[in-house]
Design a protein around this ligand. Structure first.
Ligand code: SAM
Length: 186
């Protein structure tokens, strides 16, 4: 069984887009409790590399490096970079902020998390790589899309059946990364 219902969203996207393949190096952002990581670990197999990050503690995933910390923390970025050891083929982000109840604040926080995922993609994704992330539709989504366009040749929107009830939530799959990397952390 899977640790979270979120697994089914990733499985549905996988079914259509085949983003996970054996041997891939994958970074999973906002991974706890670990449903996506379970799916990713199985599909990349023993020759793959999986780095899972969350500020909440999470049970181990066989074959994965689990990093417990906040993506806003530079020390956590450095830990990701070390664990990836040379780059990622795919970055997943199912990150979502803690909801404050103030819609404009929550939306801004959600877009800020998406910006961080894009930032990590620019640092670590190999040319041709892909970024799948949760996006909350609202203020800032258009700007995010423009930013993604600069770095990826293809962007598609996915709305898995398993996520239909959450109306503002979409998943964006940006693929064929142009390879304009920022270089490692200094
Ligand atoms: N994909 C996961 C799964 O399949 O089990 C579910 C992820 S859950 C929807 C969103 C996660 O994002 C939460 O576990 C939360 O702790 C994490 N998150 C939110 N903000 C974060 C941050 N700044 N740094 C690290 N993780 C964060």
């Amino acid at each position: 069984g899977y640790r979270s219902r979120a697994s089914y969203k990733l499985l549905e996207i996988q079914e259509k887009d085949r983003i996970l393949r054996p041997g891939m190096r994958v970074l999973d952002l906002g991974a706890a409790p670990g449903g996506w990581s379970q799916v990713a670990a199985r599909l990349i197999g023993g020759n793959g590399r999986l780095v899972a990050v969350d500020r909440l503690p999470m049970n181990p995933i066989l074959g994965a490096t689990v990093i417990c910390g906040d993506v806003y923390d530079d020390a956590i970025l450095a830990a990701c970079e070390e664990a990836l050891a040379g780059g990622a083929d795919l970055i997943l982000s199912d990150m979502a902020p803690n909801m404050s109840g103030i819609a404009s604040v929550d939306q801004a926080r959600a877009i800020a998390l998406a910006d961080i995922a894009l930032d990590m993609a620019q640092r670590w994704l190999v040319p041709g790589g892909a970024l799948l992330m949760k996006v909350f539709m609202g203020a800032g989504a258009d700007g995010l899309r423009r930013d993604l366009r600069q770095h990826f040749r293809r962007i598609v929107v996915r709305k898995p059946e398993a996520s239909r009830a959450r109306s503002a939530e979409q998943y964006w799959l940006a693929s064929d990364f142009r390879g304009t990397r920022r270089g490692p952390l200094s």
